[in-house]
Design a protein around this ligand. Structure first.
Ligand SMILES: *[C@@H]1O[C@H](CO)[C@@H](O)[C@H](O)[C@H]1NC(C)=O
Ligand SMILES: *[C@@H]1O[C@H](CO)[C@@H](O)[C@H](O)[C@H]1NC(C)=O
Ligand SMILES: *[C@@H]1O[C@H](CO)[C@@H](O)[C@H](O)[C@H]1NC(C)=O
Ligand SMILES: *[C@@H]1O[C@H](CO)[C@@H](O)[C@H](O)[C@H]1NC(C)=O
Length: 584
């Protein structure tokens, strides 16, 4: 949940405090010392990575690199405890289709001795605004095309595609912004296409998120080091306590493992078996730490402003002026009848307010009275990660009568309940199950969203909000596919029982990138998982909360936890779904 290092340290301290309350101080101190000692021994005497690197690494060595990177074909042997690839048999075909769907364009291989000079360099790359049809001016409703040329550190044009590029058109004065659609020509050039949605000036912004070479490295790391984020559980029985490392997959013989695979969903989860205690003595779950093999040369592919989150400049103009929409006569002749790529944003900002383009209207819910009026008589269940908790926190902060009941649960993971007796509002939050990177959490509260959904009655007055994305970046994508498919089944069951239930699913969003974190939580991983989420819920009667575009189109910097003005826009969208008649 906490995603930067400081946050995590703080989280762990918070977790420790919660635990300490339950013990007399002296035992607590002895216990803590013991835990630190055990962990110290474990961290420094065992080479974890070897333990937790799954069969996949072995598998990878046997087949040529590029093939493995794009779509590993072989399933692991049945004896493997690494369940990354084991989506349910019924889901195997869908999982294959999803993996094909997100297949990234082939990226250059990155040998151990690669030369940085041959890789993508943002300062040497350029974009050019292409002239409009026949040189006429741009009008609202037109599309703008921008050609992007990616060059290496020597200024030579790249010959292959696969770079991760974001493009945005914006106007800071009217706080307008829209995301562009980037098309990879697989030859070092890209086209960004924008919908022109407001009158006046519009500034093109192109950002290199990652070089294609960095993508190669990130894909490789996900296959070879799926245990680079690890988890920890405490076991206790009487006066004996032990700690053990846990993960989705641990590469050890079965007899050395505790199998906590969820019976109902089949979601895999394992810990190393404690030495003295039994598997049933597990009492807590928490984020354990990072363990990434050093990659000194590869790290040069992750330099802010150089080849990561780096602006690409235009040698010419980077701004256009958009004139009012042309009258029907010209509209009859679409500018892009020739089958060229169109930009189809899901919405855009104008005056800092999100305007969806799907025909719905977003109202402003600017005060407690109108928020409570909207939520009157409703039951709202929120499930997911800290980006969902932000919404819970926003709602209780904005509506003083909606009071959080102090359940003495951990501050980051909950579960939480808030009630407004006079308006009959119930709001709940619960974090999703492992692999949640949380401060210490009792295992009694480690629940899977799919199972939770099965205990929601649903009704015309029930709203279910789900956000499960940020904690799935370090594993092969099958882990995420599996999780979402089990959630989808539970959503379908819920909607069958109670068709009036409103289900809202939050999509992923880009974050502030920092070099060490990019190997674990990164926009590229999120981008790919976001596509999977959209595809999985495409045919289901749910509303998607378009966090991906809402954060990218906004003028504020990318942040895993979007800042308050974006949260306000998100809540306005949610409340507009709940009560389309209300608001202003
Ligand atoms: C762990 O338990 C689950 C459910 O009981 C079972 O399906 C799975 O095969 C077990 N894992 C291993 C490696 O035996
Ligand atoms: C890297 O090493 C391989 C063989 O070990 C060699 O063929 C290749 O030229 C080297 N590449 C560079 C860029 O030094
Ligand atoms: C790259 O491909 C695009 C689309 O096919 C083409 O228009 C462009 O000329 C190509 N660029 C180079 C440098 O070959
Ligand atoms: C729920 O809403 C639907 C559609 O408006 C309506 O047909 C149905 O009767 C409602 N159900 C209940 C229990 O109020």
């Amino acid at each position: 949940m906490g995603n930067n290092a400081k946050d995590q340290v703080q989280s762990q301290i918070l977790g420790g405090e919660t635990l300490r309350k339950r013990f007399p101080l002296k035992y607590g101190l002895i216990f803590l010392f013991f835990i630190f000692f055990v962990l110290w021994i474990m961290f420094y005497s065992v080479n974890f990575t070897d333990h937790i690197t799954c069969k996949l690494a072995e598998l990878k060595k046997k087949v040529p690199t590029t093939e493995t990177l794009k779509r590993p074909t072989k399933a692991p042997k049945r004896t493997s405890v690494c369940s990354f690839r084991s989506v349910l048999p019924d889901d195997a075909r869908e999982a294959e289709i999803l993996k094909d769907y997100i297949a990234w364009p082939e990226t250059p291989s990155v040998p151990a001795n690669f030369s940085l000079k041959d890789t993508t360099h943002a300062p040497h790359s350029t974009f050019t605004i292409l002239p409009h049809n026949g040189g006429r001016s741009w009008h609202v409703g037109d599309q703008l095309e921008v050609l992007i040329q990616i060059n290496d550190f020597n200024g030579r044009p790249k010959k292959s595609g696969g770079d991760v590029l974001f493009a945005r058109l914006h106007n800071p004065t009217v706080r307008a912004g829209v995301v562009g659609n980037v098309l990879d020509h697989h030859n070092g050039s890209y086209t960004a296409v924008f919908s022109l949605l407001w009158e006046g000036s519009a500034q093109v912004e192109v950002i290199l998120i990652h070089s294609s070479e960095a993508v190669t490295v990130m894909e490789r790391v996900n296959l070879e080091q799926p245990g680079r984020i690890f988890f920890r559980s405490l076991f206790r029985f009487g006066s004996v306590s032990e700690a053990a490392i846990c993960n989705v997959c641990l590469n050890a013989p079965l007899e050395q493992l505790c199998n906590y695979t969820d019976i109902r969903t089949g979601e895999p989860w394992y810990c190393y078996k404690p030495k003295k205690l039994k598997c049933e003595h597990r009492i807590t779950h928490s984020f354990g730490g990072y363990k990434l093999k050093p990659m000194p040369l590869e790290n040069k592919l992750f330099k802010i402003g150089v080849n990561m989150k780096a602006s690409i400049r235009s040698p010419g103009p980077s701004k256009i002026t958009i004139l009012p929409k042309l009258k029907a006569l010209n509209e009859a002749v679409p500018a892009y009848a020739s089958g060229r790529v169109m930009s189809r944003p899901v919405g855009y900002y104008y005056q800092g307010a999100w305007q969806p383009l799907d025909g719905t209207t977003v109202h402003q819910f600017n005060n407690a009275a109108v928020i409570s009026q909207c939520l009157k008589g409703k039951v709202v269940h929120m499930f997911g990660d800290s980006t969902i908790r932000q919404w819970f926190e926003y709602l209780i902060a904005k509506t003083p009568n909606l009071k959080k009941f102090d359940m003495k649960t951990p501050p980051k993971t909950g579960p939480f309940i808030a009630l407004d007796y006079t308006k009959n509002i119930l709001l709940t939050f619960r974090c999703h199950g492992p692999p949640i990177r949380s401060p210490m959490l009792p295992v009694s509260q480690l629940h899977f969203v799919a199972n939770e959904l099965d205990s929601v009655d649903g009704s015309n007055n029930t709203v279910v909000v789900i956000g499960v994305w940020a904690h799935f970046s370090t594993f092969p994508v099958e882990v995420y596919i599996r999780r979402l498919l089990s959630i989808r089944r539970a959503v379908e069951r819920l909607l069958t029982r109670a068709p009036g239930t409103l289900v809202i699913i939050r999509t992923a969003n880009p974050k502030r990138l920092t070099p060490p974190e990019s190997m674990t939580t990164d926009d590229y991983y999120f981008l790919q998982r976001d596509k999977i989420l959209r595809a999985i819920f495409k045919e289901v009667n749910v509303k998607l909360l378009q966090a991906w575009e809402m954060t990218q189109a906004h003028y504020l910097a990318h942040n895993l936890h979007p800042p308050p003005p974006i949260i306000k826009n998100m809540i306005d969208v949610i409340l507009s779904h709940i009560c389309p008649q209300l608001g202003i």
